[in-house]
Design a protein around this ligand. Structure first.
Ligand code: ACO
Length: 431
């Protein structure tokens, strides 16, 4: 980060503040307002953080107007085409692409940690069979802190590394256990001869009484979806992980907070909501009626999978997934997919609509992901859990980056108070 200019702000009463302007390696510069309150006794006001950079970061870069997404400088299109989720995980966590030997060692470390403690596994019995898997996953992830307290010194780099391997390795096992619990089926243990995505599919779909072969097309598609969802700079769940982690809370608690934030339909929960919406719309003839509802400000209905805080042109991940849908469905012999047809028509109609054009609303990463999850047999309630598996890598990378920064401070926003002014307490019998 370099400081090359200052920005001068005056309060109109003779007071002024010289604020440094900080430039990163790419993207807009940021005015450093840390001295503003001391100099002028004012705060900045930015609900939703639309214009606030909360941190420096070297992990992921987005140019929302140009539809650019880079992980550690590498374009998402190249990573989607040539890389794998394990390689991307290494890249996001450690900053560089691994050599073959480094990749094998890293994947080996992840494989080594895939099993979960049997006591932790028994937690699932306490949940209702109809509990949402995200509720189970966030609870069980937070409970991991009760099992690994001897390696939770956040200031110890080796402890942080062990935590990283553990959580990335175990989150699929926890996710699959939640799914099996919902079905009332026996839990399937991880198989360390399988790759990361293969293991997810095996744990989700195998049963002890039959041979199960992971479909390589499904495994490849899932691995690619994991690559696309692995990180997205300071989104709501990552910011939640950073904020929770900034208190010095244990990392399992911070990741669990991220899982909870991801669940909301405005964020990762959108993938589940898109499929529900497509099923609700049902046929192409009904699209105008639902578009009208999405535009109606008195209705809470929004076109799920549309719009993004940062992308104002197109979401490059959505472009990749849309193409991928055609390929994967053809490979799986399911080209005739009414949900995909409906999604394509909905996109086409919405993109010609003045309301969506004026507000720069385009399909986001989750408009098409559910079509692929469904095609490979993953139930709707597990879509956001799949997102959480992938995003765990990004959360861990950001948590590591924050904790290893000597300048880390607790995250503590200020407010514009609009409540009652000071008043005297009145005894209850006098009110
Ligand atoms: N359908 C209809 N109108 C929309 C939509 C939508 N999906 N998204 C935004 N708008 C409208 C808003 O009503 C607002 O209109 P106005 O200016 O007339 O008041 C305008 O577009 C700007 O919207 P904001 O809500 O201010 O945009 P914000 O950046 O705060 O929200 C968000 C972004 C949450 C993604 C929003 O577009 C949305 O709710 N989309 C649907 C949910 C979704 O797909 N979320 C997944 C995002 S990607 C991810 O997190 C993985």
């Amino acid at each position: 980060m370099t400081e090359n200019k200052t920005f001068e702000l005056s309060n109109g009463r003779g007071g002024g503040s010289q604020l440094p302007v900080r430039s990163g390696t790419m993207g807009p510069a940021a005015i450093d307002i840390a001295g503003l309150h001391k100099d002028l006794e004012v705060f900045t006001y930015d609900p939703g953080f639309g214009a606030t950079a909360a941190t420096e970061s070297r992990i992921t870069y987005i140019d929302g107007d140009a539809g650019v997404l880079l992980y550690r400088g590498y374009p998402i299109e190249q990573l989607a085409q040539k890389s794998s989720f394990m390689e991307v995980a290494y890249l996001l966590l450690l900053g560089e692409l691994p050599s073959q030997k480094q990749l094998e060692e890293f994947s080996g470390n992840i494989r080594y940690h895939t099993m979960i403690n049997e006591s932790l596994l028994r937690f699932f019995n306490a949940f209702n069979h109809n509990a949402h898997p995200m509720a189970m996953v966030s609870g069980v992830v937070a409970s991991m802190a009760a099992f690994y307290h001897e390696t939770m010194d956040i200031h110890n780099p080796r402890h942080r590394e062990i935590f990283s391997h553990r959580i990335i390795a175990k989150i699929p096992t926890i996710a699959a256990a939640a799914h099996k619990h919902s079905l009332g089926q026996p839990f399937i243990y991880p198989l360390n001869k399988l790759g990361y995505a293969e293991n997810v599919l095996n744990m989700l779909f195998a049963v002890p009484c039959e041979e199960y072969q992971v479909d390589p097309i499904a495994a490849k598609a899932l691995d690619l979806l994991f690559v696309l969802h692995a990180d997205h700079e300071q989104n709501a769940s990552t910011s939640t992980v950073r904020l929770a982690g900034s208190t010095g809370a244990n990392p399992y608690a911070a990741i669990s907070a991220g899982v909870s934030a991801l669940w909301g339909p405005a964020h990762g929960g959108a993938n589940e909501a898109v499929l529900a919406m497509l099923e609700q719309i049902g046929t192409v003839e009904n699209i105008p009626q639902y578009l009208a509802m999405a535009k109606d400000k008195s209705s809470h209905f929004r076109l799920m999978g549309f719009g993004h805080r940062v992308y104002k042109n197109f979401d490059p991940r959505a472009t990749i997934i849309r193409e991928m849908c055609h390929k994967v469905l053809a490979q799986l012999g399911r080209s005739d997919n009414p949900l995909l047809e409906l999604a394509l028509r909905l996109e086409e109609i919405a993109l010609k609509d003045e309301y969506f054009i004026a507000r720069k609303l385009y399909p986001n990463v989750d408009f098409y992901s559910g079509v692929i999850y469904s095609a490979i047999g993953i139930p709707r309630s597990m879509f956001t859990v799949m997102f959480a598996i992938a995003r765990t890598v990004g959360w861990v990378a950001h948590w590591q980056e924050m904790i290893s920064d000597p300048a880390m401070r607790i995250g503590r926003p200020r407010q514009l108070y609009t409540g009652a002014t000071k008043r005297e307490y009145i005894q209850v019998d006098m009110r």
